[in-house]
Design a protein around this ligand. Structure first.
Ligand SMILES: C[S@@+](CC[C@H](N)C(=O)[O-])C[C@H]1O[C@@H](n2cnc3c(N)ncnc32)[C@H](O)[C@@H]1O
Length: 252
């Protein structure tokens, strides 16, 4: 059966009312586009994790409005609830999802106080703040169980300690998926130095700010990434790009 509406130019032109109706304001319209690109990526990442029977936990650095966190929790639960026998080597958990735990690392006070942010005045200390109560409220409002969610509160240069790492090592914590979405060189640097020990072959590492600073290799998060890659024992296989901003890798 042919669809009469499916005709040249075979896409919805950006100046048509149908396109503009996809979000009433420009911000809504563009957020819908950006968040749907992220959602698509996380679906691919979860699909890959399930297909490869990769056990482990979710680590997110920079959780703010619980958007990407909710994408991952919801998709994990979707796969665990619907795949049944075909999920093979992964076992659904009693509260939903395959992941052991969901770790949320954030200051819950917004951006840190750092010296080198002159070119990005919107990163002023305290900006992008969602406190921990509100974060939990958002997750609950989005229908997620918070039973296996663990909040690690504080600025990374102080919260990502050796003793916290030792505790997780003892608990045999490993990451199947890591999201780094904390925008700043200093924040990314602290995260990479600490999270390295929780990677395993196959872990998906998503860097949401890969192409900020016009994608220049010696600036911002990409600078932290390039410095970290030099010293890490892991190798990183390119995985998927996300919109114009993000990039993901598979740990090898
Ligand atoms: C862009 S937001 C994250 C958006 C989030 N993934 C979402 O989907 O809603 C960045 C977050 O990183 C956090 N952040 C940035 N640098 C940090 C640091 N050094 N220590 C702790 N949190 C930090 C901020 O508090 C903020 O909540």
């Amino acid at each position: 059966m042919t669809d009469k509406n499916f005709k040249e130019p075979y896409f919805i032109p950006a100046n048509s009312s149908e396109f503009l109706a996809n979000g009433e304001t420009w911000i809504e319209n563009n957020q819908r586009f950006r968040q749907s690109e992220r959602f698509r990526f996380f679906r691919c990442a979860m699909d890959y994790i399930v297909e490869n029977y990769l056990p482990g936990s979710y680590f997110e650095f920079g959780v703010h409005r619980a958007r990407t966190f909710t994408m991952v929790m919801g998709l994990d639960d979707f796969y665990a609830s619907n795949m049944g026998e075909t999920a093979g080597g992964l076992t659904p958990k009693p509260g939903g999802g395959f992941m052991d735990k969901y770790f949320a690392f954030d200051s819950f006070e917004g951006w840190p106080q750092i010296s080198d942010v002159t070119s990005h005045p919107h990163y002023s200390p305290g900006g992008a703040k969602t406190d921990s109560d509100e974060f939990i409220e958002l997750l609950t409002a989005y229908g997620q169980s918070t039973e296996r969610v663990e909040l690690i509160e504080g600025f990374y240069d102080r919260s990502l300690t050796e003793s916290l790492a030792n505790k997780y090592v003892q608990e045999k914590v490993k990451a199947s998926l890591i999201t780094v979405d904390c925008n700043l060189y200093e924040s990314y640097k602290s995260v990479f130095a600490w999270v390295d020990q929780f990677m395993q072959p196959g872990t998906v590492l998503y860097l949401d700010d890969y192409n900020t600073f016009r994608a220049q290799p010696n600036q911002g998060p990409k600078r932290a990434w390039n410095e970290y890659k030099e010293i890490s024992d892991w190798k990183f296989e390119p995985f998927l790009p996300v919109g114009h901003w993000g990039f993901s890798f598979i740990v090898c």
